[in-house]
Unconditional design. Sequence first.
Length: 165
Amino acid sequence: MKKVIFTTAILAALLVSCNEKQEKQEKHEAVEASEVVHEHEETDLKTSHSFNNNWVNEIALDNGAKWVANLETNEGVDNMLGMIKQSDPKTVEDYHDLAAKLNEEKNYVVKECTMTGPSHDNLHIFLHPLIEKIDGLLQVSTTDEGNQIVESIIENLEAYSNYFK
């Protein structure tokens, strides 16, 4: 009887330790995979779908008419354009500051959105690349990179009025 209990205890200990090693290995692999994806996202921002404004190929009008957007969304887009036009970033820190302000206004738009249905779905087609660009602007490491992203953000924001009223 002692041998059965002893053997069972050893097998249980081995199974637990093997399982812990497997979990640690899986966690390590997951961290490595996420780091690779993150590095890939940072290096491909300029060539990404969002940066190149390819989202305009996905968005649709409301049977040829502009979608009706809520007041807060319209004001938020106008405010973001105004922030950019009033800014004159000269340093990487200036671009980061502009990105923080744009991010705050974008968060307001998202929080106050009352749109539903197809208009809401199309708003998300517009917003998703804008969010990626603002996030990219928060991470720029050169003024040239910041300038390119700001130009793309301007294109994004100016195109809003082609699809929403």
